[in-house]
Design a protein around this ligand. Structure first.
Ligand code: NAP
Length: 219
């Protein structure tokens, strides 16, 4: 299928090659393709290794998306609502896989915003009323997202979203990446829970001295 990834950072740089390896067509969206190829060395190296990767402005990338495929939101958390809202019309009818974190790192420590009574996943769903937003993979470091086995043991990936068919499509993709424990938490409101796990993720990462871990729900 065709997968559009909005964002050119570390998440895109691990997901894009994994999707290509599975035989998917991948289009990446960015603010300014020329500037990205000039300043984003990681992304430039990626395109050298994967010439099939297509790069376009956010609007053109979304215009190229296929309703039978997926659009991944891998834009910086504090920036993604402003970046996505103008694309609401084009994203209507599309499944949007939201991996973003509502973390603001501009102060001394990371602060979640929104939190408790709202989540970025819900805010994105409100900003894109015609899209089917599915929050997932946000409790993991980028390197672990397409390769759960890198954490050494079986662990859990969560999905939150209001549309069952959209969650099923995302679940199929996760399974094709090797995820065996895909836990459907419920509606997009449950993105509050997984977004709030990020404080736990940061402190666990510091305690373990690695990003290569995951959370396991034992039942
Ligand atoms: N890195 C991880 O391990 C990890 C783990 C879990 C969740 N996440 C979440 O996944 C998302 C992507 O993370 P990342 O680490 O790959 O990259 P990131 O540095 O958080 O975001 C990079 C992307 O955000 C875009 N961006 C930044 N400021 C923008 C603005 N003002 N307007 C529009 N676009 C803007 C950049 O656009 P350009 O391409 O134009 O520069 C770039 O494509 C984030 O929401 C992050 O919180 C990351």
């Amino acid at each position: 299928m065709k997968i559009v990834i909005l964002g050119t950072g570390p998440v895109c740089q691990v997901l894009a090659p994994a999707f290509l390896a599975l035989g998917h067509q991948v289009v990446v969206g960015t603010r300014d393709p020329g500037a990205t190829m000039e300043v984003n060395l990681g992304f430039r190296r990626l395109t050298a290794r994967h010439p099939a990767l297509e790069l376009a402005g956010f609007r053109d990338a979304v215009a190229a998306a296929d309703r039978a495929g997926l659009v991944v939101n891998a834009i910086s958390g504090p920036a993604c609502l402003d970046a996505l809202a103008p694309l609401a019309g084009s994203l209507a009818g599309h499944v949007v896989v939201d991996v973003s974190s509502p973390y603001d790192w501009s102060g001394e420590d990371a602060v979640l915003d929104p939190v408790n009574t709202d989540s970025l996943g819900e805010a994105i769903q409100r900003a894109l009323p015609g899209a089917f937003v599915v929050k997932t993979l946000n409790t993991l470091a980028a390197e672990v997202m397409p390769d759960p086995d890198v954490a050494g043991q079986d662990h859990t990936v969560f999905v939150s979203g209001d549309d069952s068919a959209a969650k099923a499509r995302v679940g199929d993709l996760l399974q094709s990446l090797g995820w065996r424990d895909v836990l459907d938490l419920g509606g997009i409101r449950t993105a509050r829970a997984t977004e709030m796990m990020l404080r736990m993720w940061i402190d666990t990462s510091q305690a373990l001295g690695t990003h290569l871990f995951g959370f396991k729900i034992v039942r």
